[in-house]
Design a protein around this ligand. Structure first.
Ligand code: UDP
Length: 455
């Protein structure tokens, strides 16, 4: 714990933070904001109207709505998501608008020193703005260290032709990243380094390198093997902090989390429930949705399944499910308090789409995973969890009912599952130690505080 005078002194140091308005980006930024506030910094959050945060959950922060795009109170809609990306992430004049807002904000702050700006790494255009205002900018990279390194090699992977290989090569190894198969890099969703997504990631990488430091939501022991590769790629101060160990992601949930599941979970035997969620953005086809439902039934395990509105392309919610589903054995909800569900003793496995927050939350609670992947870094996370950390079964060939049931049973019933569960338990202990005084995550947090204080 900080001594009181130190904490009070820092209250005169303000940090301006700017999350990208998607759930998987908002959660870690708010966890980091809570962490920095607990260490004595004052916090201002910049946000768009699209997916605006629930400010009432954070009376201790100051909020400022910027880059108004007219999407007031609009949440998670796929069309507005595309619109958002078009408007902000791919557009240059966002930088000018951002500069105007930031300049006004800096002028309005009195009796305080603004120590730095911390933005999501995707807000790459904020670097030149911060430079022009002499404000140090740190970036929060909400994915893993490993995926950041793979992303920084997209031009190389493109040069070597990986994105253009046809389906006969999917099972081949990527020699530059021996952990990965061709299908893993193809799932990133890039066809060439000229794609808008590749350019966005390229801009992100360039501006990370120009920043004053990078923060990952991770911990040293989890990505030890990757750390050696980092210094050349990112010659800036680097911090790895396990956010879910300090603050829950649930307080920044954009959707109402169904709390009625807890009395039901309380009645289930220890480690008997498979929790399923594909995160805040991933969508499946109708056919895949039905394969999931049948796979769950075939597995004969108890389950809690998050089916987000708009999860199934072309459907509103669960109208496609057969009559009588989920029956006695399951519950279907629209949105769950995920971190708390993972921490519940009835939860025995997590079938995840392998978003990085979900992955790390599962690691932090010692819950073994069944990993699927849809896009972006998900296949990289899934591969890492199954082949390096070995706390997951990777469902790498899509969604077929027999394979789903078999993957669930491998974790929940088979001998192999016991070993995976044991490794997940040990990894949780390592994460616990890392977050304690003297542990790697804790030390990294302390050095981040010292670093920001010195800026
Ligand atoms: N989440 C939640 N309730 C749910 C499903 C997910 O609160 O029912 C949270 C989860 O705890 C995580 C975030 O949403 O913090 C999802 O982030 P992730 O990086 O896993 O995936 P994304 O949504 O970005 O694909």
């Amino acid at each position: 714990m900080d001594s009181q005078p130190e904490t009070t002194a820092r209250r005169h140091q303000r940090i301006i933070m700017f999350p990208v308005p998607f759930q998987g980006h908002i959660n870690p930024m708010f966890q980091l904001a809570n962490l920095l506030y607990s260490k004595g910094f004052s916090i201002t959050i910049l946000h768009t109207n699209f997916n605006a945060p629930k400010t009432s959950n954070y009376p201790h922060f100051t909020f400022k709505s910027i880059l108004d795009n007219g999407h007031e109170n609009e949440r998670f809609s796929q069309s507005s998501l595309a619109d958002f990306a078009q408007n902000f992430l791919f557009k240059q004049d966002a930088a000018e608008a951002f500069r105007d807002e930031l300049e006004l904000l800096l002028a309005s702050v009195q009796d305080e020193q603004v120590s730095c700006l911390i933005t999501d790494a995707l807000w790459h255009f904020t670097q030149s703005v911060a430079d022009s205002l002499n404000l140090p900018r740190l970036v929060l990279r909400t994915g893993s260290l490993y995926s950041t390194i793979v992303y920084s090699s997209i031009p190389l992977l493109d040069d070597r032709g990986y994105f253009k290989l046809d389906d006969s090569h999917l099972e081949e190894q990527v020699s530059e990243f021996p952990l990965l198969k061709v299908k893993d890099v193809k799932k990133i969703g890039i066809k060439s380094s000229k794609d808008p997504l590749a350019q966005l990631l390229g801009d992100m990488m360039k501006q990370i390198k120009a920043s004053s430091g990078i923060i990952w939501n991770s911990f040293k022991e989890l990505e030890e093997t990757e750390l050696e590769r980092v210094p050349d790629d990112f010659p800036i101060p680097r911090f790895l902090i396990t956010f879910p160990k300090y603050f829950t992601a649930s307080s920044s949930s954009l959707l109402e989390q169904d709390q009625t599941i807890f009395p039901w979970l309380d009645q289930q035997p220890t480690k008997s429930v498979v929790y399923i969620s594909f995160g805040s953005l991933s969508q499946v086809e109708e056919k895949e949705f039905l394969e999931i439902a049948h796979g769950l039934v075939y597995s004969k395990q108890t389950f809690l399944w998050v089916v987000r509105p708009e999860f199934v392309k072309g459907s509103t919610w669960v109208e496609l499910l057969p009559d009588g589903f989920p029956g006695e054995r399951g519950r279907v909800v629209e949105w769950a308090p995920q971190q708390e569900v993972l921490a519940h003793e009835a939860t025995g496995a997590f079938w995840t789409h392998s978003g990085w927050n979900s992955t790390l939350e599962s690691v932090c609670e010692g819950v073994p995973m069944i990993c699927s992947s849809v896009l972006a870094d998900q296949a990289l996370n899934a591969r890492y969890m199954s082949d390096v950390s070995r706390v997951a079964v990777y469902l790498e060939n899509g969604l077929q009912r027999e394979e789903i049931a078999s993957a669930i049973r491998r974790i929940m019933v088979d001998e192999e599952g016991k070993e995976i569960r044991e490794r997940a338990r040990v990894l949780k202990q390592i994460a616990d130690v890392s977050a304690m005084k003297g542990g790697s995550s804790n030390k990294s947090m302390e050095s981040l505080i010292d670093y920001i204080s010195s800026l």
